[in-house]
Design a protein around this ligand. Structure first.
Ligand code: IPD
Ligand code: CA
Ligand code: CA
Length: 270
């Protein structure tokens, strides 16, 4: 195991202890937007992780949700989501995660997603496969959208653009076996990697939401792209991740609804 993976795992687990301890308690909640929440625990976890990474890798860049940062040009950069699923966390719903990834020159190299409530640590290193609690994981063998269980998210502009998003949700309700909304994009991706879901799509995610899950899905044999099935850029607007077998079917349906819903990048719902 590389030093980067070892350090990321230790920091994710330490942050996970803070989350687990606070999960059943009442939280102080600040609003970054109408439905975008942050708590002192998000900030404490982020500080713990940043301090730990700076100690070992002082020359690496860091992009973290509560501190934000510019897109780095090149070189090694860590992407941190201290609590992915803050809304669940605030409500005491035990489904959230710590997400840490190292991207070097635009490619993900190391990824850790830790779900403290379930004690599940997902990890991957480029070229070395993906694991859950040190056991190798692989995507599902499901071969058709009709037989697939998918997961998605409701974007932060959902109150303003609900009609737009509902077109996509309706299309997948009618074409997949079923569709879920769990509330942690990092875990959605890991659950695709572990074969629990066959695919995932969402709009408006940030690189700290997707960077770790991206590598974990790819190393588990899956595929990650934009809605058009092109290569994935974690700074882009939209993500589709699947077991690979259903990828073309999923992206074809997304593109079809794009046309019907009048999608125009980057003001997707305008
Ligand atoms: C959110 C979660 C959620 C997704 C949101 C994200 P946060 O992250 O990943 O599943 O639907 O778009 O922003 O705010 O809890 O870190
Ligand atoms: Ca997040
Ligand atoms: Ca977060």
């Amino acid at each position: 195991m590389s030093e980067a993976l070892a350090v990321a795992q230790v920091l994710a687990e330490k942050a996970g202890h803070l989350i687990l301890d606070a999960l059943p308690r009442e939280k102080r909640v600040d609003h970054k937007g109408v439905v975008d929440l942050v708590t002192p625990v998000d900030r404490a976890c982020e500080k713990l992780i940043i301090d730990g990474l700076r100690e070992t890798f002082p020359e690496h860049r860091i992009v973290a949700e509560e501190s934000a940062a510019e897109r780095p040009d090149a070189g090694p950069c860590w992407y941190i989501d201290p609590i992915d699923g803050t809304c669940n966390f605030v409500h005491g719903l035990p489904h959230c995660s710590v997400s840490i990834a190292l991207i070097v020159d635009g490619r993900p190299r190391v990824a850790v997603v830790y779900d403290p409530a379930k004690g599940e640590l997902f990890a991957a290193e480029a070229g070395k496969g993906a694991s859950l609690n040190n056991n190798r994981i692989r995507v599902s063998p499901t071969g058709t959208l009709d037989q697939s269980l998918l997961v998605t998210g409701f974007p932060y502009d959902r109150r303003d653009n609900s009609a737009f998003y509902l077109r996509y949700f309706e299309a997948f309700m009618c074409n997949a076996q079923d569709l879920r909304r769990y509330g942690s994009a990092a875990l959605d991706l890991c659950w695709v990697a572990a074969g629990r879901f066959d695919g995932f799509f969402e709009w408006g995610l940030k690189p700290w939401d997707t960077a770790a899950g991206w590598l974990i899905v790819e190393e588990a044999g899956g595929r990650v792209s934009g809605f058009e099935g092109d290569g994935f850029d974690p700074w882009s607007d939209r993500i589709a991740a699947t077991n690979g077998a259903i990828h073309d079917e999923v992206t074809a349906l997304l593109v079809k609804i794009d046309g019907e819903a009048g999608y125009r990048a980057p003001d997707r719902a305008k």
